[in-house]
Design a protein around this ligand. Structure first.
Ligand SMILES: [Zn+2]
Length: 687
């Protein structure tokens, strides 16, 4: 359940690695493939006609084909063509015309599933790179004829143009005429399928029968988000959109969903998870935005964080704004993890090529960068930017550089410093309000003070909003810190307010426009960023109770391991200080049965008894459980979670709850709260 809150567009960088050192002068522009799926034998028979366009006369050709396929034969102009296979490569010698076709015939067995593909008796999920010949590509046309068992359905890129029976099998044909850079997956199996439409777009949902109830509300959400994006960007360009439920193993446990042209794969657990941020309804607007970014506005690989994931997340943010859904990035569950990572110097620049599955905080950071850009160039300019970017760079490969050039021309502002500061570099600025004074003169309150950027090493430049607040009366002004237009660096500046009433407080960045250092309370949501740690089990009460505690820990750790955690379970009696100095500690049991709970009791703000706790005058006990998380006194930036099931009937589940402490009935929260933190640097109370 501890998956990273976002979801991934899978970008296989296989090609760029393999071809990086060579100049490639051809493109595969079409596939016309016949694919027979035999689930009993786990076998694929494929005949693929590929169209190649050469940029210059070329005698040699190198393609990639999954080594599980053998008996490869190639026909060129109706004659067999000699080729050589070496590992995943096919080398072909021939004299090709500027545009040519090859027919490649091969078969193979998917005995084991890979990270991205699998055939079993119930279904098949097949990734382009693992079943088709691959080279540099830009597909203008694709046609897939898929043969499956009679009772199976199938889904592939494009519009279904044929569906019929042929003796003991079923034939499905999909055709696509839209320019795409990827085919994604071919899925087949038994589904509960429904259809709907939005003007000319055919919508389909294919899930297991137990998720049938989700279809109607999902169509509702799909229609609203496509309508919003089609108005804000270019109109949706494909004739169909299909949502397909897939098994949880696909692409590793940190992935929740994957988008490819006109299809979105979403994992089974997105329908059932208790974590509201990983739920299908939360992630779908982001996944749908991928149909534009980067599936219509193609990008260079180093722009994935900013122009694919960040832009999809921010598109979903803009959509949620129109739905009156909460959108405050300053309250984002990953913010504390991001700030701690930055403080530790473990942050990586957004333009560095990494597997984003290992860096959930990149999603928040790149989303924040869009948010700050909108603040700097203004709401209408930012929206114009997305519209023009969508329009002018549709079906072309663009980059962060191109995006910022467009932003500069629309806003008339120089933004190279912004790109450099937030995308090429790392770090988060720290601010401080100080010297605040108020004076009353001639019925008016005069408030003055200073704001400073702390530290000199990073030299941040940013606008920052300051507000003077008295109940609901809020006066605001925007100040500029850092480099000015003449290139001079100013790390502090003065603000002045004149108000009718005396302000109660001065607030820096009241609406959370700027990604900045702040003190945030530890919360269970910090566990969204995977780490390593120990679960410490109380042994002293009874063997029955010990069994209960260790079972809880085993269930929790197995879920967390799926999301990238490394966890060891220990008895309290064998726990040493070295273990406690680990970044994440989880204590199971009360102070009578767990020595470590007893030892750490003094650090926890709320003091439960052995089998109950009193919160706000109310006593919680019996089958309930109490959990709290604090900063670790043994490890800087570490945390300690205490899981206290009150009785043998308590079965709490450790999830990334958005709270510092809570009362749980299994996964249901009865009451919760956060530790108070003070940010005197950012909020100045006027006495
Ligand atoms: Zn994504």
């Amino acid at each position: 359940m501890f998956k990273k809150i976002f979801f991934f567009f899978l970008f296989l960088n296989l090609l760029s690695n393999i071809f990086a050192q060579e100049s490639v002068n051809y493109n595969i522009t079409a596939h016309r493939a016949f694919i027979r799926i035999n689930p009993e034998l786990k076998k694929l028979d494929i005949i693929d006609t590929i169209k190649l366009e050469f940029l210059e006369n070329k005698k040699n050709l190198k393609l990639i084909l999954n080594p599980i396929f053998d008996s490869v034969s190639i026909l060129y102009k109706q004659k067999p063509l000699k080729h050589e296979r070496k590992n995943e490569f096919i080398f072909i010698n021939g004299k090709f015309d500027s545009s040519d076709e090859l027919i490649i015939n091969y078969n193979g067995y998917f005995k084991q599933r890979s990270e991205f593909s699998c055939i079993d008796v119930k279904s098949a999920i097949l990734k382009e790179q693992e079943i088709l010949p691959i080279g540099t590509r830009s597909y203008k046309y694709t046609r897939f004829t898929i043969q499956t068992p009679i009772e199976w359905d199938a889904i592939a890129l494009g519009k279904k143009v044929y569906d019929g029976l042929n003796q003991n099998s079923r034939i499905h044909i999909f055709e696509n005429n839209n320019l795409v850079e990827t085919i994604g997956w071919i899925c087949a199996g038994k589904y509960y399928s429904t259809e709907d439409s939005l003007s000319n777009i055919k919508l389909s949902i294919m899930t297991s029968p137990e998720n049938a109830d989700a279809h109607t509300p999902l169509y509702n959400l799909i229609k609203k988000s496509i309508t919003f994006y089609s108005k804000s960007f270019n109109p949706y360009r494909f004739p169909t959109l299909t949502i397909v439920e897939v098994d949880d193993w696909l692409a590793g446990n940190t992935v929740l969903a994957a988008s490819y042209p006109s299809v979105i794969l979403t994992k089974r657990r997105t329908f059932t998870t208790a974590d509201s941020l990983s739920n299908i309804f939360s992630i779908l607007p982001h996944e749908i935005a991928h149909q534009w970014w980067p599936l219509t506005n193609f990008i260079e690989e180093e722009s994935i964080a900013f122009l694919s994931e960040g832009l999809c997340e921010y598109s979903s943010y803009l959509f949620n704004e129109t739905q009156n859904k909460p959108t405050n990035l300053n309250k984002h569950p990953l913010l504390r993890s991001l700030l701690l990572k930055s403080e530790k110097g473990k942050e990586l620049p957004l333009n560095k090529k990494i597997d984003l599955r290992s860096m959930p905080t990149h999603y928040l950071k790149s989303t924040y960068v869009h948010h700050m850009l909108r603040f700097i160039i203004g709401d209408s300019n930012y929206k114009k930017l997305l519209k023009e970017y969508s329009d002018k760079h549709s079906l072309k490969v663009s980059s962060t550089k191109i995006f910022f050039e467009l932003a500069e021309s629309i806003s008339g502002k120089k933004l190279d410093w912004f790109n450099k500061q937030w995308i090429e570099n790392t770090g988060v600025p720290r601010f401080r309000l100080y010297g605040v004074q108020t004076n009353f003169k001639d019925t008016i309150w005069y408030t003055t003070g200073r704001v400073r950027i702390l530290g000199y090493s990073d030299n941040f430049t940013t606008p920052v909003e300051i507000s003077a607040e008295h109940n609901n009366e809020i006066s605001r002004q925007i100040l500029w810190l850092g480099y000015d237009e003449t290139g001079k660096y100013k790390n502090e500046t003065v603000f002045n307010f004149t108000t009718k009433n005396k302000p109660d407080k001065i607030v820096l960045d009241p609406d959370g426009y700027i990604l900045k250092w702040q003190k945030l309370p530890p919360k269970f949501s910090d566990l969204r960023d995977p780490s390593e740690g120990f679960m410490i089990i109380g042994t002293s009460f009874s063997s029955e109770r010990y069994q209960q505690l260790i079972n809880l820990a085993r269930n929790d750790s197995s879920e967390m391991t799926k999301a990238g955690w490394y966890i060891k379970i220990l008895d309290d009696t064998s726990t040493t200080l070295v273990h406690l100095q680990s970044e994440r500690i989880f204590i199971y049991g009360n102070i009578n049965e767990n020595k470590i709970a007893e030892q750490c009791f003094k650090y926890f703000p709320i003091k439960p008894s052995l089998d109950s706790v009193e919160l706000n005058g109310k006593t919680y006990s019996d089958s309930l459980s109490f959990m709290q998380i604090i900063e670790s006194p043994f490890s800087s930036q570490g945390t300690i979670c205490w899981i206290l099931p009150f009785t043998k009937n308590s079965n709490p589940v450790l999830l990334p709850y958005d709270a510092s402490y809570l009362i749980l009935d299994k996964t249901h929260i009865l009451t919760q709260g956060n530790w108070k933190t003070e940010n005197q640097d950012l909020i100045f109370e006027i006495k």
